[in-house]
Design a protein around this ligand. Structure first.
Ligand SMILES: [Zn+2]
Ligand SMILES: [Zn+2]
Ligand SMILES: [Zn+2]
Length: 282
């Protein structure tokens, strides 16, 4: 499996539009790994996690043909993870070419949220209507904590994230060719139910929400200390093994440092900081 980080920032992007802190200033002047687009992940060429606002920019930057995407796993509907305007361009009225069917997976609450955002663009749109699904060349599968479905060469398992309980936001384990990846953003904490689901796996790659650095936590997400706690428990529960790779994503400027400094610091705690365009091959 090939994994590519299309974006690794929190909702704010990095640099923030109106911020001159060291992290933001560094991104703006030195660019490189300190420029972060809104979080999204591509697995091989056909599985996208989160249709975020910066996905088209990433596709141009990294030479990705998004018409090859057959499956979208949607964690939740927040605006840094879902841009309804991108979905709308699948309608015939926008004259897209080579539009193949996409299976969209999300919780029912998230589909409701995506539908609200879609209606803001196209008032008659309705993701729950089969005719509209056909017009968008999509089918929709509802997921809940512990559900596992087969999609082509993948097995997808949903895990609850508690990040937005009004939507029943989810994170996902993707399994293919005997390799398992957890994409774990946005994540508030792992509930007992979530741990029970994760205990089914021995994960090769773990990607975790790392919105805040040490001493900062404005809520809704993990900070660096909580990431370390999860890694420790995963080791105890044998959910990860000696060679598992662990990456942090959804990085904000709050309490985090520039990439080079932060990555060195967290390596001591057994994980890495992801960056936009990073590719992992399993
Ligand atoms: Zn987010
Ligand atoms: Zn800043
Ligand atoms: Zn969110």
């Amino acid at each position: 499996m090939r994994i590519m980080f299309l974006g690794t920032s929190a909702a704010t992007s990095c640099p923030l539009v109106f911020c001159n802190c060291t992290v933001c200033k560094n991104g703006r002047t030195k660019k490189g790994k300190d420029i972060r687009k809104r979080s999204s992940l591509l697995i091989n060429e056909d599985l996208l996690i989160d249709l975020g606002p910066d996905v088209p920019t990433s596709s141009s930057m990294y030479n990705i043909d998004l018409t090859k995407v057959k499956y979208i796993l949607q964690t939740h509907g927040h605006s840094d993870h879902f841009d309804a305007g991108h979905l709308i361009t699948r309608l015939q009225e926008y004259a897209p070419e080579n539009v193949e069917n996409i299976s969209l997976l999300a919780s029912k609450g998230t589909i409701k949220s995506l539908n609200r955002r879609l209606k803001a663009e196209e008032p008659d749109a309705n993701l729950f209507d089969e005719d509209w699904q056909r017009r968008l060349s999509m089918d929709i599968r509802y997921m809940d904590n512990g559900d596992c479905i087969k999609l082509g060469r993948y097995f997808i398992t949903a895990v609850e994230s508690l990040h937005d309980i009004s939507e029943n936001s989810l994170i996902y384990v993707v399994n293919s060719n005997e390799k398992s990846i957890l994409y774990g953003t946005d994540l508030l904490r792992l509930s007992d139910r979530a741990w029970d689901t994760l205990k089914r796996f021995e994960l090769d790659v773990v990607i975790l929400d790392h919105t805040y650095g040490e001493g900062f936590n404005a809520g809704g997400h993990l900070d660096s200390g909580q990431v370390i706690d999860i890694i420790t428990k995963m080791k105890i529960e044998k959910i990860i093994h000696e060679n598992s790779m662990i990456y942090a994503t959804h990085i904000s400027h709050e309490g985090n440092d520039i990439h080079e400094v932060m990555d060195k610091l967290v390596n001591k705690n057994g994980y890495h900081i992801a960056y936009d365009g990073l590719e992992l091959n399993l």
